[in-house]
Design a protein around this ligand. Structure first.
Ligand code: SAM
Length: 219
């Protein structure tokens, strides 16, 4: 097994032992979920509502969706349909009861790792990537961003919401096999992928003892 195969395999094994609940998705921090969703809503809204809104609301893609915490609370209330892509089959299975009556507006439940997933060309108004991109290597993340760009509908946006390390180099977490990148490294990868940052903002209201969380809107 190559080092890279081990990196992906270890993450897959880690998530197999995590409970399919909001608390499981957030590593015991389910109490920050409403602040997170409110911050995301405020960040996204000007793109899809109001005088300067150009982005459509037909279809969104939730990347590394887990059981659908973001799909349920943020995306389904704003978009006609949502697709979910997630590595762990059990989380996707549990998504249906978790989403309840709204599950029927999820068009595609896709079980795949993002590093080997190609979203359909031109399909999405919004591609949401949150708390999952640390599970991709820099090279795979660059390639994934390029594929996401091709998957945007006219005036579509990719939203990235990720932890940012305060160190100058990325930190590796052996526990779940993921990287936490410093903000600048994430920005470098975004630029290498040929994407433009339309807007960026730090999430406010989170506990002081966790990483800073940054939101970017890209196209
Ligand atoms: C921290 S949870 C976040 C879930 C969701 N984005 C949220 O904020 O509620 C990370 C999720 O990413 C998934 N994941 C991990 N590695 C992945 C990969 N390579 N491709 C797709 N999903 C992955 C995990 O199974 C888990 O559901």
């Amino acid at each position: 097994m190559t080092e890279e195969d081990k990196f992906y395999d270890d993450a897959k094994k880690y998530w197999e032992h995590v409970s399919p609940t909001v608390d499981g998705m957030l590593g015991g921090y389910s109490h920050i979920s409403s602040t997170d969703i409110a911050g995301s809503n405020k960040f996204l809204r000007p793109f899809i509502r109001g005088p300067n809104a150009k982005t459509g609301t037909r279809r969104a893609l939730d990347c590394g969706s887990g059981i659908g915490r973001i799909t349920k609370r943020l995306l389904l209330p704003l978009f006609q349909t949502v697709d979910m892509v997630e590595l762990n089959e059990e989380f996707l299975k549990q998504a249906r009861p978790f989403l309840g009556e709204h599950a029927s507006r999820v068009e595609r439940y896709i079980c795949s790792s993002l590093h080997s997933f190609t979203p359909e060309t031109g399909r999405y108004d919004v591609i949401w990537c949150q708390w999952v991109l640390g599970h991709l290597t820099d090279v795979d993340l660059t390639r994934f961003f390029k594929r996401c760009r091709a998957a945007l509908a006219e005036n579509g946006v990719i939203i990235v919401k990720e932890n940012a390390a305060s160190s100058s180099t990325r930190e590796f977490d052996e526990n779940d096999s993921s990287f936490t990148r410093p903000k600048q490294l994430l920005v470098d990868i975004i630029q290498v992928a040929g994407l433009t940052i339309m807007k960026e903002e730090k999430q406010i209201g989170f506990p002081k003892n966790i990483y800073d969380v940054w939101m970017f809107a890209l196209r």
